[in-house]
Ligand binder design. Structure first.
Ligand SMILES: Nc1ncnc2c1ncn2[C@@H]1O[C@H](COP(=O)(O)OP(=O)(O)OP(=O)(O)O)[C@@H](O)[C@H]1O
Length: 267
């Protein structure tokens, strides 16, 4: 059974303009589903629907075969973790406190998290390479470190499904690669499932190249124009149609590693 299934989903903010319609997809265990498309095509809106923050105009979302609206918030947190695009750092919590917040749903009502929850949080920090950051002040981290803490918080939640909206936005090359390595490990080795919106087309190829079970949905005109593996979907024709750009798909000598080489805008 699919971990999550979206059936004939449609959404509009004002009841007049449809942002997307007839969206169908399912995400299996140990699979990453990348949502790719131009600015304003509705990626974040779709993600907010999957998180239950936007109510669909039409269609249904099933989590483990069960309609999403039948889940209590605490129950939903057990199944779905979220890595947002940006975050505010208002309070001077320690890094360990922030990551432990991922365990809130599992703690007893009104009880502070116990040592078991803090141990899970410490382990999550280790998984993102932030061992030793436990007592650092959250507000004093760099953007890259902050993003890794937020990913650690989602890992600490121990949900089978992770939703990520542009997880590498504003990150430098090193931190982008770190995040991609963490994603590959979670999906390929730990069989976590991820839905990720991204602008970085080559990230889908990076994952495919790394042996991660990867699917791509190319959003165009409020619909999924194509769904398939990166090799099936991210070809020169589809990229030209969706982004109006001329590209070349290049590969290393043995043809195992593919990348998109952007050549020029089509004018
Ligand atoms: N709260 C809102 N109320 C009304 N319209 C909105 C709202 N949020 C987004 N929109 C509109 O919905 C459309 C889709 O926006 P969305 O942010 O989902 O796109 P996106 O693909 O995530 O964009 P980007 O790649 O630029 O982040 C846009 O036309 C946007 O202006």
């Amino acid at each position: 059974m699919a971990l999550i299934e979206i059936k004939d989903a449609a959404f509009s903010y004002d009841g007049k303009r449809t942002i997307f319609e007839h969206i169908n997809f399912r995400v299996e265990e140990g699979e990453i589903f990348c949502i790719i498309g131009p600015n304003g095509c509705g990626k974040s809106t779709l993600i907010d629907c999957v998180l239950g923050l936007n109510k669909l105009k039409n269609g249904q979302i099933l989590i483990g075969g069960r309609p999403m609206e039948s889940f209590k918030p605490r129950e939903l947190a057990e199944h779905v973790a979220y890595v947002p695009q940006g975050h505010k750092t208002t309070f001077a919590y320690t890094v360990l406190d922030v990551v432990t917040m991922g365990r809130t749903y599992a703690a007893r009502m009104f009880a502070p998290p116990g040592e078991k929850e803090r141990e899970i949080a410490r382990d999550a920090l280790k998984q993102v390479g932030l061992e030793g950051f436990e007592e650092r002040e959250y507000t004093k981290l760099s953007g890259g470190e902050l993003q890794l803490v937020i990913i650690a918080r989602a890992i600490a939640q121990q949900s089978r499904l992770l939703i990520m909206d542009e997880p590498t936005a504003h990150l430098d090359f090193t931190h982008e690669l770190t995040v991609m390595e963490i994603i590959a490990r979670l999906v390929r080795d730990k069989k976590i499932s991820i839905i990720m919106a991204t602008h970085f087309l080559n990230q889908a190829y990076y994952l495919e190249n790394a042996g991660v079970n990867t699917k791509v949905a190319l959003v165009n005109d409020g619909n999924f124009a194509q769904v398939g593996t990166p090799s099936q979907v991210l070809n020169t024709e589809n990229l030209e149609r969706t982004f109006n750009i001329i590209t070349e798909i290049v590969s290393n000598g043995s043809g195992e590693r593919k990348y998109i080489l952007p050549l020029r805008n089509k004018r």
